[in-house]
Design a protein around this ligand. Structure first.
Ligand SMILES: *Cc1c(COP(=O)(O)O)cnc(C)c1O
Length: 391
């Protein structure tokens, strides 16, 4: 029997079956809707491996199988975006009349889906403090069917006690769903921490090059059937070119993430020494309140974190960011390039309160030389002060 491969080995080999493709290393891009059957009997039986483009192809399967291996999951479905992964995961376990507990620091469009589509379907959402831990038990009602987690929290990086929450959920027979986009399956394995459905915006680090939109949902054996059924009934499908780019990105994710981890920590540590910066929200820093939990459960950090500035005007934030040479201004992250965006989470929190005196900026540290990024940020802080920012 083969030894259990370590993560770097698994990510290089999982889902690859060159023998099926004349020895070519990567799966071909199967473009297809119709799949032909040899005769009427086979068509009627419908048990052929591939039956229709929407229901799967070797290109899609190669990525699904690789992700399942990385996640330790019974199965994985691909979705056209991270947000559609969130929607399908929630719909796979909720029905009219149910209640779902959603972490207050969830990605903002997750809240929007709950507050619009789920509400219209008669499903109520209760937002909870990301630091709630085992006290989540107090929020569980007779109709609570699912708990949605995202750790670290979007924009503000609170670390949840995932095992404490999933232990309560398992006791009560409640399904848990986790958005694991930030850590990826390399740095946090949700199913090993008791989560039932692990999802990811593969748009970010799996794609890794800012050139695709893609989502994944992986399930344990108990939840796989319901997930697969919901995914299929909703007609969810990812094109073969995108799936191909997803599996290509995946192969180098381990080396890319190591660099994001190291550069991110280096830049975060430097920012922490700057008087203009009031706080650095990076779980890998010892000063961060969630650091101990992060150290217990995660094996690394990716390149995304935030800073809270000393008090200062919005013009100073713009002067800081606009003049940066290597940081683009834009949504999404997880590509090879650095990004900087201002944010204010006040309007997307209801169970907790965001109280920072100064403005906040989210940074994605890409694969540039971190010393060039630090020099770039140093000039930015100079502009911040000249424009009236504190520090
Ligand atoms: C970007 C993001 C998503 C959504 O992914 P898309 O592919 O943009 O739809 C979901 N969750 C988190 C945490 C994200 O950062």
């Amino acid at each position: 029997m083969k030894r259990t491969p370590r993560p770097d080995t698994l990510i290089t080999h999982a889902g690859r079956t060159p023998g099926d493709y004349f020895g070519f290393v990567n799966p071909p891009v199967y473009q297809g809707s119709t799949v032909l059957f040899p005769d009427v009997a086979a068509y009627k039986r419908g048990d052929q491996r591939y039956r229709y483009g929407r229901r799967g192809s070797p290109t899609l399967e190669a990525l699904e199988n690789a992700i399942s291996a990385m996640e330790g999951a019974a199965g994985t479905v691909l979705e056209p975006s991270g947000l559609s992964a969130i929607a399908v995961a929630l719909l796979s376990c909720l029905s009219s009349g149910d209640n779902v507990l959603v972490v207050d620091t969830a990605y903002k469009p997750t809240r929007h889906f709950c507050d619009t589509i789920l509400r219209r379907m008669g499903i109520s959402t209760t937002y909870y403090d990301p630091l709630i831990g085992a006290d989540i038990a107090r929020l569980i009602d007779g109709n609570t069917r699912a708990i949605f987690l995202e750790s670290p929290g979007s924009l503000t990086f609170e670390i949840q006690d995932v095992p404490a929450i999933t232990a309560v959920a398992r006791e009560r027979g409640i399904t848990t769903i986790m958005d694991n986009t930030w850590a990826t399956s390399l740095y946090f394995r949700p199913l090993e921490h008791g989560v039932d459905l692990s999802l990811s915006a593969a748009t970010k680090y799996i794609g890794g090059h800012s050139d695709i939109m893609l989502g994944t949902i992986s399930a344990d054996a108990e939840h796989w059937r319901a997930l697969h059924e919901t995914h299929g009934a909703m007609g969810q499908h990812v094109g073969p070119d995108v799936a191909y780019l997803g599996q290509r990105g995946l192969r180098t994710m381990a080396v890319r993430l190591r660099q994001h981890h190291a550069s991110g920590l280096k830049v975060a540590g430097w920012l922490e020494t700057r008087p203009e910066v009031e706080r650095v929200l990076h779980p890998g820093l010892e000063s961060f309140p969630g650091h101990a939990l992060w150290k217990r459960d995660f094996t690394g950090a990716s390149g995304l974190f935030s800073i809270v500035m000393q008090p200062g005007p919005q013009e100073a934030v713009a002067a800081f960011i606009d003049g940066l040479d290597y940081f683009g201004i834009g949504a999404s992250w997880g590509g090879y390039e650095s990004l900087a965006v201002p944010f204010d989470p006040t309007s997307s929190r209801t169970a907790t309160r965001w109280n920072a005196a100064g403005p906040a900026i989210r940074l994605h540290i890409g694969l540039e030389d971190p010393d060039d990024l630090i020099a770039d940020l140093e000039s930015g802080l100079e502009r911040w002060r000249q424009a009236g920012g504190g520090g």
